[in-house]
Write a new protein. Structure first.
Length: 547
């Protein structure tokens, strides 16, 4: 996944409603093997050891790039104003006890809980919210999520427990952008360091760390483990149930599986489908599978002929047997996508189905575009140029590497030479932003605010996340109109046209959406990971004292 700012789930922001727009089943999953009997009820005490392939990047989210384990750990240390729930319907009060919009929807006022303390015993106040906002938007901090706050004109502290956001105009993601997209930081502890020094002194925040979430940081040994302990000042007593949570860095997926099966790890964030038979066969472990909001696709470099031609891109999609590819790699835990909005999201266009595997139609389109195999070597050519494409992906993701091998074989059948190139992640990103590729197999997370400007707006095509160089005036107008809707459901026709346009022009060959496969020891109870967070309800996890 390219490092772009994460976007938050979709909002239906009628004033006074504490809801987000409904999605039928996206992100929901269940145990493939029944969870152990928990009739004794929650038990306080003990620890859980979690395996992660990467370490956290630090403790200050404003200066850190997007990374799953970093954001998940930080969400245990700090509270947002409002907490999203996985049902896609509910927004739960967190640091804010309540909130309301003004009649013109240009002011949003939050009323903070009176009983939230920092881990040094200092009360959390509206000044912390205003301080955090200043950190978000300061050019000196260069916060990667600052663009989501472009509609905020000012933040005013009304009293110690009340803070108001003033907006330039109503738009669809006001509440989510300011209340759920990031956590609130401690002014009394971190305000002493000027914003101009934040990126130069990342370790300073660790030395001055206070938190207000369910856990606090007990220790961090970089590239080895992070230890969290129960925050005694957390407002929601008696939670959390666990005394400690250890996040152990285990880079190799095979080692994570071995340690899960042996009991060295209690919880593994991501298993491979190949691991599942061993997990299912072990009486002490189980699987939790759920649909994520992520998807994978091949982005075509539209600045390079012949990929700038719609017929050629459509031929490439028709020449890839995506159903067989997904079945081979994911089995029942994946599905083919036609658009970046999955089929169980309300905004999905129901009349758009994935293009079929049709190599004969692909050959005809390539022939019509002037690509023929003049020399009989099996690869089409035109004017002495072979139809040969460099397809990049990142090392360490076996599913993507396997997919490129299958795609290479399938495209060869229609006379296209595909040359897979597997690179270290940062090297792949560097080449992606430089436009040094023909096809790029990468992953994205669905921006369920439906703000797709980062990926498809022409303003992002030069140095932005629109690395494929997609430029289309109609698309620009659609994306801007979707963003401007005060009620996101009013954007349904615009979102339908957005998907139709992508389907017609095929700048991406969308490949698959997969379920996340989490491995858990049976001693761990009430773990409910979901598309929002693998550690979503960590404060409610508990372990069986007899096991």
């Amino acid at each position: 996944m390219l490092p772009v700012p994460p976007r938050k789930p979709l909002a239906l922001l009628a004033a006074g409603l504490l809801t987000v727009a409904a999605v039928a089943t996206a992100g929901c999953g269940g145990d493939a093997k029944p969870a152990p009997d928990a009739t004794a009820g929650p038990h306080r005490g003990g620890q859980v050891v979690i395996g992660s392939s990467t370490d956290i990047g630090g403790v200050n989210p404003v200066i850190l790039p997007s990374a799953v384990i970093t954001s998940e750990v930080i969400r245990q240390l700090f509270l947002p104003l409002v907490e999203e729930q996985p049902d896609f319907k509910t927004l739960k009060p967190s640091l804010a006890a309540s909130w309301e919009f003004s009649d013109d929807h240009r002011q949003l006022t939050f009323h903070l809980r009176p009983d939230v303390l920092w881990s040094d015993g200092t009360p959390v106040t509206a000044n912390d919210v205003a301080f955090t906002y200043r950190a978000w938007v300061s050019p000196e901090t260069a916060f990667e999520g600052a663009y989501a706050l472009e509609g905020v004109e000012r933040v005013e502290v009304l009293d110690a427990a009340t803070v108001r956001f003033d907006f330039s105009e109503p738009y669809s993601t006001q509440l989510l952008d300011v209340a759920t997209g990031a956590v609130i930081l401690p002014e009394h502890a971190w305000g002493a360091l000027p914003f101009s020094e934040w990126r130069n002194q990342a370790d300073w925040f660790l030395d001055h760390l206070v938190s207000n979430g369910p856990f606090r940081l007990a220790s961090w040994t970089p590239q080895q483990q992070i230890v969290l302990e129960r925050n005694p000042f957390f407002y929601d007593q008696p939670l959390p149930y666990l005394d400690r949570v250890v996040v152990r860095v285990v880079p190799e997926q095979a080692n994570q599986l071995t340690q899960l099966l042996s009991g060295q790890l209690d919880y593994v964030l991501q298993l491979s489908p190949d691991d599942l038979p061993q997990v299912e066969a072990n009486p002490d472990t189980r699987l939790i599978a759920y649909w994520t909001t992520g998807y994978n696709g091949l982005g075509w470099n539209l600045s390079r002929p012949p990929l700038d031609e719609v017929r050629v891109r459509r031929a490439l999609t028709l020449g890839i047997d995506r159903s067989t590819l997904v079945e081979s790699i994911w089995g029942p835990y994946g599905r083919v996508l036609a658009t970046p909005i999955p089929p169980d999201v309300w905004a999905h266009h129901p009349d758009i189905a994935p293009l079929p595997y049709d190599p004969d139609a692909a050959r005809r389109l390539l022939q019509e575009s002037g690509w023929v195999d003049a020399d009989g070597d099996g690869v089409r050519d035109q004017g002495g140029r072979r139809l040969s494409l460099r397809l990049l992906t990142n090392a360490g993701n076996q599913q993507r590497e396997d997919a490129l091998v299958l795609i290479q074989q399938q495209l060869a059948r229609i006379g296209v030479e595909a040359r897979p190139e597997v690179l270290e992640f940062n090297s792949m990103v560097e080449k992606a932003y430089a436009g040094d590729f023909d096809g790029l197999l990468m992953g994205w997370t669905l921006p369920t605010t439906f703000d797709f400007r980062f990926a498809f707006h022409s303003s992002e095509a030069d140095g932005g996340a629109n690395v494929i160089g997609y430029r289309n005036p109609e698309m620009d107008e659609l994306l801007e109109a979707i963003r401007a809707q005060p009620n996101l459901h009013d954007a349904a026709p615009l979102l339908a046209r957005f998907q139709s346009l992508l389907h017609e022009q095929q700048p991406y060959t969308f490949l698959w959406q997969s379920q996340r496969l989490v491995g858990v020891r049976n001693r761990v109870h009430d773990a409910r990971p979901n598309h929002l967070n693998n550690l979503f309800n960590l404060r409610q996890w508990w372990v069986d004292p007899s096991n």
